[in-house]
Design a protein around this ligand. Structure first.
Ligand code: MUC
Ligand code: MG
Length: 372
């Protein structure tokens, strides 16, 4: 008889960040990972992670709601079901529970990790096959201080860690933000690509003013300048400026991606396993983007190593990431809960090898950081 899902455990893991990480909606000093341990009747364990930013500051799911909703509603839908029926189980979650994309992503990751371990295949192979085993990774400069950000950028360039930088703006006035970004771009010159993420902080007229100045300063990409739901405004900005727009919060899944493309958007989409309800949904958004001629970008919700590895396995199957990726989450954390950290270097990261995610927990570290 095929293996069935026996138990699903969820853990909150609090890890300090290496420095304050300042976004338009919150400043993070700590990241909370929701770790899923799914155990099957054949003794295989699948790992998953569902992580967001700043409690409820970023989106409608918090670490506590992710854990609680898995425990109370989602896990019971999976217990006792055949463990290898990943697509059927994932559809079952959508049929019985609305929303909760991050919680569903954690579970889908754990199902895929277990299935990969069972078949002795990497998760990327389950998702269609590995096309890249090293992916480009940018770094986000978000200390909140211009000269500290410039020092950090030079350090990362010298280490050959990162050569693309994303700046988090929108917490300050637009003129202050433009000054901050232009100073960093001027210091780095042609050595680095500099992009910004406004995380929805501007209204459209502020965006027109801000983007004109950022374009003149040599910024390469403008991420989510206005409200996620304002597709029409994002289309107008994409048509108005030469500098491309990156849609992030505006496109959670393939349906959003289709609607925005059909409305006339051009530019790029940030794929994130968390917002699409798992790696398979993120790749479906990627398919829509490719069909519409929209560039791809591998995004993060600042997950730890498990969520980052799951994303890397998905991005490894894509033909091209025109804008690279931001899979640097583990580098923002002071410590880790895995036995073997991801191998960052040469301006990117290596796809972890081995069955499933290719990642194992360090039980002592996990016991140390788990919330009691
Ligand atoms: C976001 O909105 O892109 C990604 C990198 C980072 O620093 O924050 C995230 C969230
Ligand atoms: Mg973003």
């Amino acid at each position: 008889m095929s293996s069935v899902i026996e138990s699903i455990e969820t853990l909150l893991v609090d890890l300090p960040t290496i420095r304050p990480h300042k976004l338009s909606m919150t400043t993070m000093a700590c990241q909370t990972l929701v770790i899923v341990r799914l155990r099957d009747s054949d003794g295989v364990e699948g790992l998953g992670e569902g992580t967001t930013i700043g409690g409820l500051a970023y989106g409608p799911e918090s670490p506590e709601s992710i854990k609680r909703n898995i425990d109370a509603y989602l896990a019971p839908l999976l217990i006792g079901q055949p463990a290898d029926a990943v697509a059927t189980l994932r559809a079952r979650l959508d049929r019985h529970a609305r929303g909760n994309a991050i919680a569903k992503s954690a579970l889908e990751t754990a199902l895929l990790d277990a299935q990969g371990k069972r078949l002795r295949l990497p998760m990327a192979v389950l998702l269609g096959g590995t096309r890249h085993d090293h992916l480009p990774v940018l770094w986000t400069l978000a200390s909140g201080d211009t000269s500290r950000d410039i020092d950090e950028a030079f350090q990362r360039l010298e280490q050959r860690r990162h050569c693309d930088f994303k700046l988090k703006i929108g917490a300050n006035g637009v003129d202050d933000d433009v000054r901050h970004v232009a100073a960093i771009k001027e210091a780095l010159g042609e050595r680095a690509s500099v992009r910004v993420d406004v995380n929805q902080a501007w209204d459209e007229s502020t965006a027109v003013r801000g983007i004109a100045a950022l374009q003149a300063a040599g910024i390469d990409l403008i991420e989510q300048p206005i409200c996620a739901r304002d597709h029409a405004g994002l289309v107008r900005l994409a048509k108005r400026f030469e500098v491309p727009m990156l849609a992030d919060e505006a496109v959670a899944d393939a349906r959003d991606g289709f609607a925005l493309a059909a409305a006339g958007f051009s530019g790029a989409y940030a794929l994130k396993i968390a917002k699409s309800g798992g790696p398979r949904g993120a790749l479906a958004l990627g398919e829509v983007a490719q069909a519409a001629g929209i560039g791809l970008y591998g995004g993060t919700l600042l997950e730890g190593t498990i969520g980052t590895a799951a994303s890397l396995h998905a991005w490894a199957t894509l033909p091209e990431l025109a804008w690279g990726s931001e899979m640097f989450g583990p580098l923002l954390l002071e410590d880790d809960i895995v036995a073997e950290p991801l191998a960052y270097g040469e301006f990117g990261v290596a796809l972890p090898q081995g069955p499933g995610l290719g990642v194992a927990l360090d039980e002592d570290k996990l016991a140390h950081y788990v919330r009691r």
